[in-house]
Design a protein. Structure first.
Length: 88
């Protein structure tokens, strides 16, 4: 793989507490937009995307509990839909 020359980057960090808070908000917004874009581009049903959004929200709140799919899943849909669930 071809390597390019290193790029020099000059960073100007905030000088005030308010500046650091604003930087933090902008970084958080950019990260949230990236996550939303990635989830939206997934090739899966809307209900799975909604579950992913809820998992992200719960993870940030510290309340995430993974969903259990399979034998104990009362919905009968499993992770990928009714047709792909194995019946043991």
């Amino acid at each position: 793989m071809r390597k390019s020359a290193p790029i020099e980057v000059v960073m100007h960090y905030p000088k005030t507490e308010e500046g650091w808070e604003e930087l933090g908000k902008r970084v958080a917004t950019a990260h949230a937009n990236y996550v939303i874009e990635k989830i939206e581009r997934l090739n899966c049903p809307t209900w799975q995307k909604l579950e992913l959004y809820q998992a992200v929200i719960d993870t940030t709140k510290g309340t995430y509990k993974p969903k259990v799919y399979g034998k104990n899943d009362s919905s009968g849909f499993g992770l990928w839909g009714r047709d792909t669930v194995r019946k043991n």
